[in-house]
Design a protein around this ligand. Sequence first.
Ligand code: T4K
Length: 376
Amino acid sequence: MKNNKTKNNDVILVSRPTLPDLNEFVKSLEIIWERKWLTNNGEFHREFESELAKFLGVKYISLFSNGTLALISALQTLRITGEVITTPYSFVATTHALHWNGIKPVFVDVDPVYGNLDPTKIEAAITPRTTAILPVHVYGNPCNVKEVGQIADIYGLKVIYDAAHAFNVKINNTPILNYGDLSVLSFHATKTFNTIEGGAIVCNDEKTKMRIDYLKNFGFAGETTVVAPGINAKMNEIQAAYGLLQLKSFEGLTEKRKKMANHYKKLLKDIKGIRVLNDMENVEHNYSYFPIFVDKSYPLERDALYALLKENGIHGRRYFYPLISEFPTYKGLSSSNPENIPIASKMTNQVICLPIYPDLELEVIEKIVTIIKNSS
Ligand code: T4K
């Protein structure tokens, strides 16, 4: 159990990053030291981008320094303005990306099972100012991409998926990243695939990729030509070299996560008041998070169970509580009214994400479930 503990106590954290082999990484660093090329589309960057596109089965991918800047730049790429329909049940960066672009977020409720944007509620929220839909594949579970796509087609809206949790997820053998106009990934330390910090935008055509690449590099399209008001959101060579090694050793990690998720599910099965998310049909999941939902038939309230787990050294997280619509910047919006988003308002008060990462031991999962069971 030692590997799963922080250095000086018995705490089990919600996630632990997988790191590349240190000796291999040192070799990469030596190359970087030798080349003295640190950022701005270096060799490691180019190699990582091309290997990653192949690995994920996508046509074009542009690397970013983090997922939030990738989201902000994705909106710039498609020149999104006005209002965008999105979900309040996500990490706050999803909506902040709209705010940083001067776009008004319009919150729409989520489906009661997986917590993804509910396509049946989208149409009612469309106004003449709506230009796009920004759904999130929450916990890596795919949104209803077919229905979202149909609505977008009818109303002439763009679709940008926040796919921060959806690395390598497939639906009917097709990468989920290939749906919508753009998909945005995060490679933050807490994600299934990390480059310490990092992110990417996936797109379907060369022209769009070119615009994305200009935008993340101040808008430069040549030494003295600036074609757009870009930003600095480039991934550096150290991150890219690290990412390449991560890619080489990624095999088997999802299987390990799947084993953990199945172990949790088996043990939690008969506990009244605890709901887990089952795998979706025809989906290859990445098991990035393991959320449970605590309802009224469980003797403890969610926060009491969360605190009890913490007292026992199990640091789950309430992803996503509070709802984004509850934060001061967004609370005043009419779509933030809990009556507009009743399902999200319920789920946010029920969720605890339990620890899941490739090195977690099955006996730790058993300990966690015993704590939950003993209070039921
Ligand atoms: N869209 C969505 C849907 C997202 O979920 C996110 C990020 C984004 C966009 C934006 O992407 P980035 O700009 O971040 O690339 C974490 C992450 O910081 C954030 O990336 C992630 N979502 C969010 C869901 O979770 P915190 O505030 O919970 O992080 P923190 O530091 O409390 O870490 C969580 C756990 O992981 C802790 O128990 C400790 C452990 N940990 C963390 C780090 C950083 C480690 O063991 N090692 C580490 O290096 O937000």
